[in-house]
Ligand binder design. Sequence first.
Ligand code: HMG
Ligand code: MG
Length: 303
Amino acid sequence: MPSLPSKVSIVEVGPRDGLQNEKQTIPAGVKVELVDRLTAAGFTNIEVTSFVSPKWVPQMADAAEVMAQIRRKPGVVYSVLTPNMKGFEGALAARADEIVVFGAASEAFSQKNINCSIAESIERFAPVCEAARAHGIRIRGAISCALGCPYQGEVKPEAVAYVAKLMKDIGVQHIGVADTIGVGTPRATQAAMEAALKHFDLADVSGHFHDTYGQAVGNVYACLELGVSRFDTSVAGLGGCPYAKGATGNVATEDVLYLLRGLGIETGIDLDQVVATGQWISGILNRKAFARAGNAIAAKKAA
Ligand code: HMG
Ligand code: MG
């Protein structure tokens, strides 16, 4: 049996990845309350919003307002997505602790999501990374469609390694391997992760798995077996990408925390508070939470 990490850190991406695809307008105050509740639950890294074109992703148009109103806890890293220098300027003004440049292992998805080729995206990200470095802001990269693409189909691990290297070369410090459409299974996920690990240390990679096919918890476990100790998750399993039709939300934070607790792996996060937050935001969105463990824990409490 491989030994698993004794500690895992979770990046809660619900406020950003979770809400970006919502059709109903969500008031900035609700987003702020969501972030504040997550801060209180013990997350040390929260992806708050995106400084992207409001024409492309209208739900994130209030990025500056949300960032200005959240109650920050010292030591917590509040991250934002930045596709270009305009986005970086927004992030800088908003005092983001970390920026995320988001590329793809698939040419087709790169075009659909950020309107440029993979090579052009790296050209845009390079000055963003340089500026972030100059301001002492942490730099994370995301590689979308690392396990499959809604437009192109199969994506090979070599494509993940290729983008990981390009990102490393421009100064990205941490790379997230993202299964945007949730098609990956454990061995394929390990292969994609190992491709990223050709260019990044074990401590500098994370898994970002959408749960469309119900494989995400298994894929998290497969990465734990490799020694990966950081994952993006979304409270109540919120989310989806506007440019990946049919893709559901990220793996639910509640489900991953339940898994980790069962494995005796420390996270520093209060599962009960996350469950309550998941139920609260799902109520606001007028739907049932997509969190199996979260719903089970909530039902038990209510009984
Ligand atoms: P473009 O149209 O090629 O950009 O879009 P442009 O530079 O030609 O500018 C066009 C207009 O957008 C201009 O405004 C710019 O000012 C404005 P106009 O003069 O027409 O009024 N603009 C901006 N406004 C605000 N903030 C900005 C910005 N940049 C330009 N940063 C662009 C290119 C990248 C901007 C666009 O394609 C875009 O915003 N895409 C974002 C898509 C997105 O957010 N997708 C979801 C996040 S990624 C994701 O979910 C995957 C992830 O979770 C991992 C996974 O699961 O795979 C991370
Ligand atoms: Mg995502």
